[in-house]
Design a protein around this ligand. Structure first.
Ligand code: ASP
Ligand code: MG
Length: 452
């Protein structure tokens, strides 16, 4: 049995947190592989240093070193501190060399390289900590473990086939020798051997990809909450932890709002039917949320309600656009420049897109480039929020949307856009932002906590 355990920035961000994490890893009975983020705040710190035109590199390295070494001094006795410091300094020298060479700065993958440096140091610290506690452990980078990536700078995807060869060659032999590998999250190595990151928050995805490549039996995402909740507890005080969900439900929720898990984490695990567990590193005794292939008939209509605010609806009006699918395709292509299209809805003569407020200018400049012979106009409605109601098998539940929309009518909220039918685990619709909290509350009280 192989368990992959992933720990995020807060879990490796302080002396106390690191000790807690080391104990969790040691207590795991299966063969285990840990995947870690950078210490909390470090990736942001590196990214802002890269963006600062007047950056004082000496100061950056001073602070970077100080943050790590302060924790290391608390963690290690003299002997282990000396061992750790030696390796730490070697890595820091490599990092300094990378940045000192001005030619590197124009490399398209330079930002990936710099922003992923934090992971190389947090993994080193955790491996040393576990060793100092009497268990054999080794820190591996994506380079030495064999985690491979493909794609454009700052938005790579894991090359699962190559990574599985890497894991077979580099990680499995370590496990066979009862040594615990601690691997960097967040990035892989591209075809040219350069670091390529998986997007911000990408260590969850890295852990899932590593789990896939290792044919792991379970992937545990250790975080600072108890798991997926039935709603945001700040809005709904009686929200509960969801004990079990299937991959699609978790994927929709992660994608639409719940910040528990990076949305891309689900796919590599789902491909090989590997269960994913969300666990709280502050309360390891809690069961957390188990995500797997699972369908169970249950009474409550919904499992969770989430929302995504700061969105805008962009509507193009063009006579009988529905009879001109090529024009629709063109509009899709032009809007494709934006980061994410959260929703899409069409009618005979309109086509509406739901995008983030920040993406509106980009979307508009794309759409204006189209030669619509009979474009009647483009409308924008800002200040809207997407509500995502998740539950299994929704399409088969007779009268389901009627009930949901009836509840929303009862509180007097207006529904601005609806997307139903694309997924049988989620009903997504848009309401004015000022009504969003009330919508979440009424759906939770009627269809989750209170029954019907
Ligand atoms: N350290 C990276 C970030 O902050 C990756 C991660 O934490 O998942 O984005
Ligand atoms: Mg995270």
């Amino acid at each position: 049995m192989i368990t992959v355990l992933k720990f995020g920035g807060t879990s490796v961000g302080s002396t106390e947190a690191l000790k807690r994490v080391a104990n969790i890893i040691i207590a795991e009975k299966d063969d285990k592989v840990a995947v870690v983020s950078a210490m909390s705040g470090i990736t942001n710190f590196l990214v802002s240093a890269l963006e600062d035109k007047n950056v004082d590199l000496e100061d950056v390295f001073f602070k970077f070193e100080e943050r790590h070494m302060n924790v290391a001094k608390e963690l290690f006795d003299e002997e282990h501190l000396a061992l750790f410091t030696k390796e730490f300094n070697e890595r820091l020298d490599e990092f300094k060399t990378l940045v000192a060479d001005k030619e590197n700065w124009s490399d398209p993958f330079f930002k990936d390289n710099v922003s992923s440096q934090g992971e190389r140091f947090s993994s080193l610290m955790l491996a040393h900590l576990i060793s100092s506690m009497g268990h054999k452990s080794v820190a591996l980078t994506a380079e030495t473990a064999g985690v491979y990536a493909v794609g454009n700078p700052l938005s790579g995807s894991c090359d699962l086939k190559k990574t599985s060869i890497g894991m077979g060659m580099n990680v499995k032999p370590i496990l066979e020798n009862d040594i615990i590998p601690i691997i960097t999250g967040f990035y892989g190595i591209n075809e040219d051997g350069k670091p390529l990151t998986f997007g911000r928050g990408g260590s969850d995805y890295a852990a899932s990809a590593i789990g896939n490549a290792l044919d792991a039996d379970v992937i545990e995402i250790w975080t600072d909450v108890d798991g997926f909740m039935s709603a945001d507890p700040r809005l709904v005080p009686d929200a509960v932890v969801i004990e079990e969900m299937n991959y699609s439900e978790a994927g929709e929720l992660a994608y639409f709002g719940a910040k528990v898990l990076h949305p891309r984490t689900i796919e590599p695990a789902r491909m090989k039917h590997i269960p994913v567990k969300i666990k709280n590193s502050y309360r390891p005794e809690n069961p957390g949320t188990l995500i797997h292939n699972f369908r169970k008939k249950r009474d409550e209509l919904l499992k969770s309600v989430a929302m995504k605010a700061d969105l805008s609806i962009i509507t193009i009006r063009s006579g009988e656009i529905a009879y001109r699918p090529k024009l629709m395709a063109k509009a899709m292509e032009k809007i494709g420049e934006v980061d994410t299209v959260y929703g899409l809805s069409t009618s005979l003569s309109t086509m509406a897109f739901l995008v983030h407020n920040n993406d509106v200018p980009l979307a508009l400049s794309g759409l204006r480039g189209i030669d619509f012979e009979d474009l009647e106009g483009i409308d924008i409605k800002s200040g809207v929020t997407l509500i995502c109601a998740v539950g299994d098998d929704l399409l088969d539940r007779n009268g389901f949307s009627g009930e949901v929309f009836g509840a929303i009518k009862d509180i007097g909220a207006n529904i601005e856009m609806i997307s139903e039918g694309a997924s049988d685990v989620s009903l997504n619709f848009v309401v004015p932002t000022e009504s969003a909290a009330d919508v979440i509350k009424v759906l939770h009280s009627r269809f989750i906590s209170g029954g019907q």
